[in-house]
Design a protein around this ligand. Structure first.
Ligand SMILES: C[S@@+](CC[C@H](N)C(=O)[O-])C[C@H]1O[C@@H](n2cnc3c(N)ncnc32)[C@H](O)[C@@H]1O
Length: 368
């Protein structure tokens, strides 16, 4: 029986879905953050549950050839990237085997998975920045990324995977909050205004949408809009989302457009998409194009098919494939996303699509 605080020397036999190292002690799986398959490490048991346990590395005895120095000052502290200590090529191997294992579990047989299609430059690719703003233990206003499984904000002014312009705009907002002594949301007292900064950028159009999630009115809102729009002509719209609930859910129910017309555009392949503050849009557009193109290629479409784009969001997959099929039906639960999907079809002059604001499971009938 494993016990908390006991120390062991273990071999890392695999990596899990989140990149965590996996070892076995007396047949019990132990998950170890930062462990890499093939390594021998000394660990301390930090938590024991009925079927598995968690360990913490105290010493690396035999280091993996794939271990590298982290290239980011907040790596390990922030809950963003979990594989920054592993060389990029090996993370592709890990992801490939994660897919193989998942498919094997789901289908009960081995599935051949091709090489993962990599990014050329796996940096600054995200088109959506989402930073909480809050008050630290010592009363300081902070903006950044939550530490893993916590609401402790790790200050982030230069995230390696965020778009550079989005990061710059977030820094400007943060400096404005500090310079103007604005009371940001405090999770303990439930007082203060701004809770989250969300910045989305159309990587192809360079159009930016800023959403400020706030508990109440934003102090000096006019000055903030003036500062942002004069400094960054790329900002096409600014939205204020009201969330006054004491909850982990980021966005509240009410969104007010406080500058511009409430949306930006971006392209995937040759298709143009309208993105609103609440609509889902894949966060890595470079890989999205590769993924959608591969899916279309593998589907070997002849032009006669009817495709169901289930959970379609703003209709990106169906619209991307629309030239190659006879008919697209898109289903999605958020009515605003369906409005965007219909408009996206119109913008791209697509006449073979229909979109429905419904829940998928309840609205699809099994025919066999
Ligand atoms: C991960 S997004 C994918 C969107 C789109 N397919 C894409 O790749 O850009 C999943 C979408 O499913 C929608 N959704 C969640 N549950 C649903 C349900 N039961 N029925 C229909 N849509 C649902 C969400 O609102 C969200 O837009």
């Amino acid at each position: 029986m494993l016990k908390k605080n006991e120390e062991y020397i273990v071999d890392v036999i695999d990596n899990g879905f989140q990149g965590e190292g996996i070892s076995k002690i007396e047949g019990i799986p132990v998950f170890i953050a930062g462990g890499i398959k093939g390594e021998k490490i000394k660990i301390k048991i930090v938590k024991v549950l009925s079927s598995h346990a968690f360990g913490k590395i105290t010493e690396i005895i035999e280091k993996s050839e794939h271990r590298k120095d982290e290239d980011c000052d907040t790596a390990r502290r922030c809950g963003g990237c979990s594989l920054r200590h592993i060389d990029y090529d090996f993370t592709m191997e890990m992801k490939k085997s994660a897919v193989e294992n998942t498919m094997k579990k789901a289908l009960g047989r081995n599935v051949q998975v091709d090489e993962v299609i990599k990014m050329d430059e796996p940096f600054n690719y995200r088109n959506k920045l989402q930073y909480p703003v809050g008050v630290s233990e010592d009363g300081k206003v902070v903006m950044g990324v939550y530490a893993e499984r916590s609401h402790r904000i790790i200050e982030t002014r230069n995230c390696k995977i965020q778009d550079k312009l989005s990061q710059k705009i977030a820094n400007t907002i943060y400096d404005f909050l500090l310079d103007n002594n604005i009371q940001v949301y405090n999770e303990k007292t439930l007082k203060g205004s701004i809770r989250h900064i969300i910045i989305r950028i159309g990587k192809k159009t360079n159009e930016v949408m800023v959403t400020l999630v706030t508990n109440s009115e934003i102090e000096k809102q006019k000055e903030l809009i003036g500062l942002l729009t004069s400094k960054y002509p790329e900002i096409k719209t600014i939205a204020k989302n009201i969330n006054s609930k004491n909850t982990n859910v980021i966005l509240g129910d009410k969104t007010e457009i406080i500058y511009g017309n409430g949306y930006i555009y971006d392209y995937l392949g040759s298709k143009k998409f309208k993105i609103s503050p609440l609509s889902f849009y894949q966060v890595n557009p470079i890989q999205t194009e590769k993924l959608y193109s591969k899916a279309v290629e593998y589907a070997e479409l002849t032009g006669k098919e009817t495709i169901f784009d289930l959970y379609c969001g703003i209709g990106t997959i169906g619209i991307f494939a629309s030239d190659k099929v006879n008919k697209i039906y898109g289903i999605e639960t958020i009515p605003e996303a369906i409005e965007d999907a219909r408009e996206n079809a119109k913008i791209n002059q697509i006449e073979n699509s229909e979109f429905f604001a419904r829940r998928c499971r309840e609205n699809l009938t099994r025919t066999n």
